[in-house]
Ligand binder design. Structure first.
Ligand SMILES: [Zn+2]
Length: 221
């Protein structure tokens, strides 16, 4: 595979530009490829770990939408960081790729997400209801750029996937991917995050997690 042999790559074509390097993490080394579309300015970051430079038979795929608060600022209000860590751990061990999409706040952006969070807090309503109140659909994310990236990188058509999101499953199936296994993490969440996850799953019609452990609250929380 052209990407995984050299330590520095930049590729550009009519519609795409790609830059890649090796990223060492506590879950192993990943070839990290930033892909930007010239057509619609869409972009994503793909972290790949392959088996001897090639895709394994049914690689593990995670399409992950960004969450600054959860992933970088250690918010205890959602499950995003645990999802990300779990995916990197699994892919680091068993090969596949994580496609990181810059779709903060279900696609509305960080600024509007903060407005929605404040509406949730003040009115004690769910994220979906807060979005509705602000005039947004409950979920604006789409997975077209992730699927384009998978095609460009030659991801095999038979995959395993980490998700409980039916929209992702449907988008991948419609794009011709055969999903042979759906993987989900066992999450250990605060009560607040567990409530958020359950409300999100109900509102967006997602597949409920088999198991959520509740962590003890911190004294300073
Ligand atoms: Zn989050």
């Amino acid at each position: 595979m052209r990407y995984f042999n050299s330590s520095l790559e930049q590729k550009s074509g009519k519609n795409w530009r790609e830059n890649s390097t090796i990223l060492s993490t506590r879950f192993g080394k990943f070839r990290s490829i930033f892909i930007r579309s010239h057509r619609n300015s869409k972009q994503c970051l793909v972290l790949t770990r392959l088996s001897r430079g090639r895709w394994s038979k049914a690689p593990i795929i995670r399409i992950h939408s960004s969450c600054l608060f959860g992933e970088s600022l250690h918010s205890t209000m959602c499950d995003c960081r645990q999802q990300l860590d779990h995916a990197l751990q699994m892919i680091g061990r068993e090969h596949g790729c994580l496609i990181y999409e810059f779709q903060e706040g279900r696609g509305v952006g960080l600024e509007r997400k903060i407005t929605a969070m404040e509406a949730e807090r003040i009115h004690k309503i769910s994220t979906g209801k807060a979005f509705e109140r602000l005039g947004f659909k409950p979920d604006l994310r789409n997975y077209a750029v992730a699927i384009e990236a998978m095609k460009r990188l030659g991801v095999p058509k038979t995959i395993r996937i980490i998700t409980n999101n039916r929209q992702k499953l449907n988008a991948l199936t419609a794009a011709g991917y055969k999903i042979v296994e759906r993987i989900e993490p066992t999450l250990t969440l605060t009560l607040e995050a567990a409530r958020f996850v359950r409300a999100t799953q109900a509102e967006l019609g997602q597949i409920p997690y088999q198991k959520i452990r509740i962590s003890k609250p911190r004294r300073d929380a």
